[in-house]
Design a protein. Structure first.
Length: 116
């Protein structure tokens, strides 16, 4: 949420920016906007951006699926094209493991001579 509090140029969030988001994107009435606490406004804006991000992801996945359907007749006989064969989106990538916990545990046990 920190990245969304500031604009891309590094400019601080101003009241004008909040009004543009509140009245323009969230479509709040002026009275409801001014009656909100700032923390409530931030949560509403974050919810809006999360919803918009989900819509964007759905669109990208729908287009990838459409491309898969369009390319299927042109693939080799017996070869099936899957959507993930065309591209993998950043939100679908598996997070990198931070290490081997079993190896770390056995090393610590060896260092402590089996004492826990």
């Amino acid at each position: 949420m920190q990245a969304r509090k500031k604009k891309a140029k590094g400019k601080a969030l101003t009241l004008d920016d909040c009004i543009k988001v509140g009245l323009g994107q969230l479509r709040l009435s002026p009275s409801s906007f001014y009656d909100m606490l700032f923390s409530d406004f931030l949560l509403a804006a974050q919810g809006f951006y999360d919803l918009e991000e989900q819509r964007q992801r759905s669109d990208w996945e729908r287009h990838r699926w459409t491309a898969t359907i369009l390319l299927s007749p042109h693939s080799k006989k017996g070869q099936k094209i899957k959507p993930h064969d065309l591209c993998i989106f950043p939100w679908e990538k598996k997070p990198k493991s931070k290490g081997n916990n079993a190896l770390l545990k056995s090393t610590l046990n060896a260092m402590n001579n089996g004492k826990t």
